[in-house]
Design a protein around this ligand. Structure first.
Ligand code: ATP
Length: 238
């Protein structure tokens, strides 16, 4: 199995404030990996360290064996890592179609782009109906769908999702998670999913990591984490 991503003893800072402490984790090709933890545990910082927005001060980030620790975000995107940030951040003034076009800005294979837009509309039929509508006028759930669809237009090998469930109704969240599973199964897209909704995230992930105070404190298969007493108590409300 190909090792897609590996973080080795990563320490990340915001100025003098340390946010990540000796983070070690890995993702193999085709996996859905879930990272759970409370507010402020360091989940978003981990994703931002992978995509180069925050640079690890110590340690290494390896992508398909290459050291990308010091790479710039645009280089990292160019290598096939794409992030859907927390809060979605679609282009509100642009239409759904234009948002999707923007997702493909690094590509010039017209036929492939068209095929992938059709694929997005198959995944999210509601977006096809809203094709000409401005992104900012979509519901929260539709905006999240658009953000994911736009990221897929870049044909990522590794898709980073930061709290896709945030602020959405349970039914919409369920729908979005089903689609994440589908994208993983149909395209073998490797997925790194950061979530506060531990219950759902652990149900679709293969393996998971638990973070507390900037440290990975537990890692196992999602089945085992779901059954773990400390996880149940702290993150599943059981
Ligand atoms: P949330 O779910 O609330 O986003 P998180 O697990 O993603 O939480 P991070 O956002 O990674 O956590 O935050 C980790 C730590 O880094 C926190 O203590 C936070 O206050 C701090 N932090 C995050 N962003 C910044 C920043 N821009 N400047 C300074 N400190 C920051």
């Amino acid at each position: 199995m190909t090792r897609m991503l590996e973080l080795k003893n990563v320490n990340s800072f915001y100025g003098n404030i340390q946010a990540l402490y000796d983070v070690n984790l890995h993702i193999d090709q085709g996996e859905i990996i879930t990272l759970i933890g409370a507010n402020g545990a360091g989940k978003s910082t981990t994703l931002m360290t992978v995509c180069g927005i925050v640079q690890a001060r110590e340690g290494q980030v390896l992508y398909q064996g290459d050291d990308i620790t010091k790479s710039a975000p645009n280089q990292i995107v160019g290598q096939g890592i794409c992030q859907v940030p927390e809060g979605r951040l679609i282009f509100p003034e642009l239409t759904v179609q234009e948002n999707l076009d923007m997702g493909a800005f690094m590509r010039n294979d017209k036929a492939g782009i068209k095929r992938d837009i059709d694929y997005s509309f198959d995944l999210f039929p509601i977006l096809a109906q809203r094709r000409k509508q401005q992104g900012g006028t979509l519901s929260g759930g539709e905006q999240q769908m658009l953000a994911i669809a736009r990221a897929l237009m870049a044909k990522p090998r590794l898709l980073l999702l930061d709290e896709p469930s945030m602020g959405l109704a349970p039914l919409v969240v369920k729908q979005i998670f089903e689609i994440i599973k589908k994208v993983n199964a149909e395209n073998n897209t490797t997925i790194f999913l950061v979530e506060q909704n531990a219950n759902l995230a652990l149900k679709i992930g293969h393996r998971g990591y638990v973070m507390e105070n900037g440290r990975v404190v537990l890692s196992d298969t999602c089945d085992k984490l779901l059954a773990d007493e400390s996880v149940k108590k702290a993150y599943l409300g059981l």
